[in-house]
Design a protein around this ligand. Structure first.
Ligand code: HEC
Length: 280
């Protein structure tokens, strides 16, 4: 008799858990219905499958990394994108193309702008020495190379911030413009808004807030905001000139003024009240 009771109880529990699981699943599906499916091009994977397209040689005058005219063995990045992704299904105006690099650096630009010019993925420098694919890149006193890919353009401006020229690129990722901005925007605070604009321009490629942004530098908000463990005036000075605090820093001096730095810190303080749990 006892075992029958236990069986009945177990059966009820089983049915109950099935029901609640189903409910959860339904909720999840509802939440994700309006979100574009994630689009990622894994360039290294495509290369290993010989799917990058035809090799060609391109000339880049005034190359912004080498500061001279360069020639590269490359594949056409725009064609690759068009072959791999059905762009007619993408909301181009509302999409960013993010270039993911080996060290977590994630520069991005509007997809619409990217589609307007001839872009190439360089995989070998024509002038490379015998033992390397690339002429050396010297950055902050360190020698680097551009493996596996260096994104270059033959018809885009080589100066300014509009076009990104990342090397060590491994993936292209499409992200919705509004999704990230909405999550980080201080809508109800005009002052923090100014700091946010500066943060977007100078910091987001390397740092995340609540898990959104680059990964080359540390997350700045979660679980503890930098404003909670740095003295405010020192944080302001650090952002202006990191090397005056730490030997061999990777964070560059960005040409930020004191007032701008204060505005950025104001924004970081605002966000310290808006933590979202990013463990899930
Ligand atoms: C090119 C990448 C890069 C950019 C751009 C950048 N940082 Fe950093 N940042 C780093 C790295 C890497 C570190 C870790 C320390 C180091 O090696 O420099 C760091 C460290 C920091 C720290 C110290 C964190 C801690 O816990 O001690 C703060 C604060 C910071 N950055 C804020 C900013 C702000 C604000 C901006 C924009 C104005 C910015 N960073 C732009 C790469 C960057």
């Amino acid at each position: 008799m006892k075992t029958v009771k236990i069986h009945i109880i177990l059966y009820c529990l089983f049915i109950f858990s099935l029901l609640s699981c189903n409910q959860k699943k339904e909720q999840k599906i509802e939440q994700t219905v309006n979100v574009q499916p994630e689009i990622v091009l894994d360039l290294v994977d495509l290369q290993s499958k010989n799917k990058l397209g035809k090799d060609t040689v391109v000339t880049v005058s005034n190359d912004p990394v080498y500061h001279k005219t360069k020639k590269y063995h490359a594949v056409n990045a725009l064609l690759l994108l068009k072959n791999e992704i059905d762009l007619s299904k993408v909301d181009i105006k509302n999409t960013l193309i993010v270039f993911e690099c080996i060290d977590g650096y994630k520069p991005e630009m509007p997809l619409e702008l990217f589609l307007k010019t001839n872009s190439f993925l360089a995989f070998k420098d024509v002038d490379a020495p015998k033992d390397s694919n690339w002429e050396k890149i010297i950055k902050n006193g360190n020698e680097m190379n551009a493996d596996p890919f260096y994104l270059v353009y033959t018809t885009a401006p080589t100066e300014g911030q509009e076009y990104k020229w990342p090397y060590n690129v491994i993936k292209f990722r499409f992200e919705s413009k509004s999704k990230n901005i909405e999550a980080l925007q201080p809508k109800d605070d005009q002052k923090a808004m100014k700091g946010f604009a500066l943060y977007q321009k100078h910091c987001i490629t390397c740092h995340a807030i609540n898990g959104i942004g680059g990964e080359m530098g540390p997350e700045l908000n979660y679980p503890k905001s930098v404003t909670e463990y740095w003295k405010e005036n020192e944080l302001v000075d650090y952002i202006i000139d990191p090397a005056s605090f730490r030997h061999k820093v990777k964070m560059p001096k960005l040409g930020i003024t004191k007032q701008e730095s204060q505005e950025i810190v104001g924004y970081l303080k605002y966000m310290s009240e808006k933590k979202t749990d990013i463990r899930n």
